[in-house]
Design a protein around this ligand. Structure first.
Ligand SMILES: [Zn+2]
Length: 134
């Protein structure tokens, strides 16, 4: 909880000493410790841009839209609770949590896909199928 009184005090203090504080912050940013803090904040900011994970309702919509089957192997005999949320573009690679980026995948496919994008993974599956056909 934020202490309102101390918040007001800090606000007043900040206004009064704004220039000095900003100068101190500028100087701090160029130290090793400051650099570390800044990098951490950058990461956090990036993470926030990713968005909130789907609500159970949204996930239900996705499952319905995809016919309750794994997008990649097409299996439709997988219990709902075992269908996982796959990021078409993995978050590590710039994907977001938005509903357009989420598809249902069985654990086997999701694990196999790893940090590949949907396109890369589908190409791999295609190649595997072609190899198997020879
Ligand atoms: Zn699958």
């Amino acid at each position: 909880m934020v202490d309102e009184k101390s918040k007001a005090y800090h606000e007043r203090y900040y206004k009064k000493h704004r220039e000095v504080i900003l100068e101190q912050q500028r100087a701090y940013r160029h130290t090793d410790a400051g650099e570390k803090v800044r990098k951490k904040a950058d990461k956090r900011r990036k993470r926030r841009k990713v968005g909130e994970p789907l609500t159970p309702q949204q996930w239900g919509q996705v499952l319905e839209a995809f016919g309750y089957r794994c997008t990649y192997c097409g299996r439709d005999d997988i219990p709902i609770e075992q269908l996982t949320r796959d990021h078409r573009i993995p978050v590590e690679r710039g994907g977001t949590e938005s509903i357009e980026n989420i598809v249902p995948a069985c654990r086997t496919c999701n694990t196999k896909k790893g940090t590949k994008t949907e396109v890369e993974f589908r190409l791999e599956l295609k190649k595997e199928a072609a190899d198997g056909a020879i």
